[in-house]
Ligand binder design. Sequence first.
Ligand SMILES: *[C@@H]1O[C@H](CO)[C@@H](O)[C@H](O)[C@H]1NC(C)=O
Ligand SMILES: *[C@@H]1O[C@H](CO)[C@@H](O)[C@H](O)[C@H]1NC(C)=O
Ligand SMILES: *[C@@H]1O[C@H](CO)[C@@H](O)[C@H](O)[C@H]1NC(C)=O
Length: 544
Amino acid sequence: MSAPTPIFIFSILLLQLLFAWQPSAADGSQWQILQKSIGVSAMHVQLLRNDRVVVFDRTDFGPSNLLLPNRKCRNDSTDTALKVDCTAHSVEYDVFSNKFRALMVQSDVWCSSGAVMPDGNLVQTGGFNDGERRVRVFSPCSTCDWQEIPNGLAAKRWYATNHILPDGRQIIVGGRKQFNYEFVPKNIAANTFNLPFLAETNDKGVENNLYPFVFLNVDGNLFIFANNRAILLDYVNNKVVKTYPTIPGGDPRSYPSTGSAVLLPLKNLTAAAIQAEVLVCGGAPKGSYVEAIKGNFFEALNTCARITITDPNPQWVMETMPLARVMGDMILLPNGNVLLINGAGSGSAGWELGRNPVLSPVLYMPHNNIGSRFETQNPTTIPRMYHSTAALLRDGRVLVGGSNPHAFYNFTGVLFPTELSLEAFSPAYLDAKFDNLRPTIVAPKSMSRITYRKQYTIQVMITGGVAENLLFVTMFAPAFNTHSFSMNQRLLVLGNDKVTALGNSIYSIEVTMPGSGNLAPPGFYLLFVVHQDIPSQGIWMKLQ
Ligand SMILES: *[C@@H]1O[C@H](CO)[C@@H](O)[C@H](O)[C@H]1NC(C)=O
Ligand SMILES: *[C@@H]1O[C@H](CO)[C@@H](O)[C@H](O)[C@H]1NC(C)=O
Ligand SMILES: *[C@@H]1O[C@H](CO)[C@@H](O)[C@H](O)[C@H]1NC(C)=O
């Protein structure tokens, strides 16, 4: 054996130094207020392919703090608060200019749902009162506004969940007193299909099955979680093909005992049997909603339950979070970690029913060993209670908005005033100390007409040298976020087929697109390059 080289010794010293210094990742996480007020509380948000976020609240609250432009007013004889309303209840927020403009929704979008179609249009459905059977379309353009289709839905949908399907349609699951699902656009006259599972999970007195957690499994079936358990649904034949066990403990995790859930990043996409895992975190113990109404605020659940939904004999594995959380959001980050953000430490979803805001996000690292997966992040100063939202942006920040736990816009004399602000949470990976690891995508600037199974080349610049086995490509489907759930959220880890150094810190990466619409439904994705856990900015990509 030859003597260690000076470089080797230097590397060891450097490693020891880094180890002794032990920068916790939480170190570098940061909060920034983007807008003190956008005039409208962000109850629902969706990022679109033009880097603008569509935001909307309910419309029957009385006036918001933002006037409609050009003295426009909405005349709505069915509105329960204002028959003539000259204020906006929706805005479009432009991420990179940090500006917003008022939009005009025609009918009540309160507690509605939606998803982006393969063409990039947001198709949003249901709501309350005159909005309960509406379908609304918002196209991503700088002058566009909401278009509405009366009676677009077969059934009233209030607190339903939408998901985009491999064939490009949306499925809409449940809603209050709706134990069924339907499709948009509809292709048959009788467009509702019974789903007894939603009746079975509808606890008497407290529904606990609203805004079900719906994920497209890699086999094309839908994983549907409500209350404390789940099924796998073959929606084409309206057949339950698998019943999952109840989460140990049996406490409810769906609205109003609102926890959250993600489909964990899909990996090893060329394997013969691709695995899919779901993680459900937080919620409120049984009885929380009823007790909170009486003034007893139970501590929220501090557990997560993880399950491999593709297993022949799937079982939940329990983990304990550093902080109990109800009404938290779970956001997939470009590097495959999960961010738990927003919410309360006790109480329940519902007007005035949450207590003890949880100001610190928590990072969950799914690939670490059990017991070392959670890491608490730096806190914000603004409680984000009922009706708060979060969404991943193209630059890797997480947009946070909303919080309105009252029936009106009350700013004083209440425990948690209505929040009209927008904040950004910057995970530690955005810290400048990681700049030498950070990939910058130099080509292409965006990707259109990307097809399944094909190989593409991406060029990145990385100044500090490359660890090839820690350099991979991911793709993220921007989600429709409301009531602590991100509908349609999905991250695929594409890995890399080959990395070639081109000189001048430029590397080309060959990457193969997913094999089918079951893995990744057609539409717009953000493509990221990740190096040693540090993600690039994303580029927009259209898969078809
Ligand atoms: C809405 O109502 C107001 C007040 O009644 C009226 O001045 C206005 O013309 C109406 N606008 C439309 C579009 O009907
Ligand atoms: C799956 O991918 C990981 C890296 O993401 C790798 O370590 C592992 O060996 C792969 N497993 C299989 C079965 O290919
Ligand atoms: C909020 O404000 C509305 C009207 O502005 C008022 O009627 C209501 O009582 C207030 N709610 C609370 C919880 O203070």
